[in-house]
Design a protein around this ligand. Structure first.
Ligand code: ADP
Ligand code: MG
Length: 328
């Protein structure tokens, strides 16, 4: 009888290996089909990294991990928190920021308001490593990674995006090629990049932002009106899908309709995994992009913080009120 035959050691090993392999395949299948897998894939791991980890490790461990509630992972990763501590910045030997500190927790939108020349753009450009701004000390951590000292491309890869107050014109480089090159440069494996998907996404976002599709082939910001430049900044932001966005006076140069469209674009990107710093001179923008906190900047420092009512107070009383209070 074949069933009564005793297995040799080799056969026994083979059976055990087969059972383990089967369990591995089943657990990987189970994981790939689970909603948690889609969540992890979308928010935490690029697909190729994920596959590498799944196939190089025992499937059962991943099976277990994929069953953990997403909040556990989120707390662990502490996504998209920007923490600026004691930042001091000079321009041409003139001190603009001195011991500047600010923390924006993941998922929150903070606004910085302040009179012209108070150092708002200096803060944003120093965080993005503009070469004219000399950082003398301090840190600026995005999810624990210090951005100070990194090159602009490394900062972009770390997840920070800056929409410029004065976007520069780049004749000869079309919007479509510029954004495509930027996306590809940030990808770990640019072979996965599909032009068809890219154009589909680009056109969808251009339509949402009210940008004519003819602009796809126009040179970046070349001859654009103030409002067109600002919409183009938001288009880049939407396409690059950054973890933290700084908008430097994106409202300037926009008429009321464009302001509404741009704000809707920003609001649609708000999520618990992304933070925003919105710099503005006027309260009007904050009617559309309602901030969690408002800070007032004055001579390179935050001198007041409050909720959205603070912005309304500034609008009615002007900045002189703050100046007088500080002088007293
Ligand atoms: P804000 O954005 O709040 O209007 P900025 O950060 O642009 O203020 O400017 C802060 C101060 O730094 C101002 O006094 C401004 O004149 C000065 N400043 C900004 N950029 C330069 C520069 N490239 N060279 C010299 N001074 C500058
Ligand atoms: Mg400015």
């Amino acid at each position: 009888m074949v069933w009564s035959k005793r297995l040799t050691w080799t056969e026994l090993h083979l059976v055990i290996v087969l059972i383990l392999l089967l369990m591995h395949i089943l657990s990987v299948l189970n994981l790939v089909l689970s909603p948690t897998y889609r969540y992890v894939k979308k928010h935490y791991l690029p697909l190729n990294q994920f596959y590498r980890k799944v196939f190089l490790s025992p499937g059962l461990i991943y099976h277990f991990m994929a069953r953990l509630p997403p909040t556990t992972n989120k707390q662990h990763l502490n996504v998209s928190t920007l923490k600026v501590q004691n930042l001091s910045v000079n321009i041409e030997d003139k001190s603009i920021l001195n011991d500047f500190s600010l923390e924006i927790p993941s998922g929150e939108v903070h606004a910085i308001m302040g009179p012209n020349g108070s150092g708002k753009s200096t803060l944003s450009k120093a965080l993005a490593a503009h070469p004219s701004y000399e950082v003398l000390g301090g840190t600026a951590e995005l999810d624990g990674k210090d951005l100070i000292g990194l090159e602009p491309d490394e900062i972009s890869r770390a997840g920070l995006f800056l929409a410029f107050q004065y976007p520069i014109e780049v004749p000869g480089v079309t919007i479509a090629n510029f954004i495509r090159a930027a996306i590809q440069a940030r990808m770990e494996d640019s072979k996965a990049f599909k032009a068809v998907d890219y154009y589909k996404d680009l056109y969808k976002k251009m339509d949402e932002l009210g940008i004519d599709r003819k602009f796809t082939a126009r040179a970046l910001n070349d001859g654009f009106s103030g409002g067109e430049k600002k919409r183009c900044e938001i288009l880049q932001m939407a396409m690059l899908d950054p973890r933290f966005c700084i908008l430097d006076e994106t409202d300037s140069g926009l008429d009321i309709d464009a302001l509404r469209v741009v704000s809707e674009g920003v609001n649609s990107m708000r999520s618990e995994n992304r933070g925003f710093l919105v710099i503005t001179h006027y309260q009007r923008l904050l009617d559309y992009i309602v901030p969690d906190k408002v800070h007032v900047m004055w001579e390179g420092k935050i001198v007041r913080s409050g909720d959205k009512e603070l912005a309304k107070e500034l609008e009615s009383k002007g900045y002189d009120w703050i100046k007088e209070e500080l002088a007293a």
